[in-house]
Design a protein around this ligand. Structure first.
Ligand SMILES: C[S@@+](CC[C@H](N)C(=O)[O-])C[C@H]1O[C@@H](n2cnc3c(N)ncnc32)[C@H](O)[C@@H]1O
Length: 240
């Protein structure tokens, strides 16, 4: 299986009804996959370095799924990050009342929006931080260019943690059977790696504009990390 080029195929979680038992199980699997990939650790370390003591006030997560990754980040960044307003966008309404209550307990105001992120940014949006975890790889270059332009029009900082298109990540995705992930998760994990990113593929799709500083690299064993930040906010510190 060549990883030289991106290869897109439909992911099962995107076509199953949100309440299908296989989809529900796969979303629980995703929480474990995020732990195995070290997504929270990678995001937390880089967000702390980017924002320092000045927490973002308004955060948008695209393709937020059940909101559990954002919640675990909110918990680990508390109490420094409090009073945050967050918008969680996904085309499936799968954030549970318990998750929303947990955000409230941390002092976060969270709005869940059920929408297609490819059109959501066509209206004017504004955020200190836009985040994406395991989402950008769903889209072809044309859709990505449009989505990233919309995000660049809205955000001071954009951070994305995506599957890295590498032999190690492919081996990791095939090994998910060992931790009991279901057939949906196993299919989507392999598909995600094949549609993932390497080199400076996301930077090449970001709007060419010198107000942005871009960073793109592997992080951990399986993750491809992309960060864009506006240079007109010099208070933002360098990432670790
Ligand atoms: C692999 S899951 C990751 C979910 C979440 N970020 C996490 O880490 O658990 C990808 C998510 O993107 C959402 N998604 C895919 N395409 C989308 C679109 N065009 N608009 C909105 N959400 C989308 C899916 O519904 C799904 O929840």
């Amino acid at each position: 299986m060549s990883l030289a080029e991106r290869h897109l195929e439909e992911e099962l979680l995107d076509v199953l009804p949100a309440d299908d038992p296989r989809a529900l199980r796969s979303r629980r699997d995703l929480q474990r996959v995020n732990v195995l990939m070290g997504q929270r650790f990678i995001l937390r370390r880089n967000l702390a370095a980017l924002f320092g003591a000045r927490a973002p006030r308004r955060v948008i997560e695209i393709g937020a799924g059940d909101g559990s990754l954002m919640l675990s980040l909110a918990r680990s960044l508390a109490p420094r990050w409090s009073g945050v307003s967050a918008v969680l966008i996904d085309r499936r309404p799968v954030v549970s009342p318990a998750t929303l209550n947990a955000f409230t307990a941390l002092g976060w105001r969270v709005e869940c929006v059920t929408a297609d992120i490819l059109t959501w940014f066509h209206q004017r949006r504004d955020a200190d931080l836009v985040m994406a975890n395991l989402v950008l790889h769903h889209f072809d270059e044309c859709a990505l260019r449009d989505l990233l332009a919309g995000i660049a029009g809205a955000a001071r900082v954009f951070i994305a943690t995506e599957p890295r298109r590498s032999a190690a990540a492919l081996a990791g995705s095939r090994a998910l059977v060992l931790i009991g992930c279901n057939e949906v998760s196993r299919h989507d994990a392999v598909a995600s790696v094949r549609a993932g990113f390497t080199d400076r593929e996301l930077s090449a799709l970001w709007p060419a504009d010198d107000v942005w500083r871009l960073s793109e690299r592997g992080a951990g064993l399986f993750t491809h990390l992309f960060i864009a930040r506006r240079l007109i906010h010099p208070s933002l510190e360098d990432t670790a």
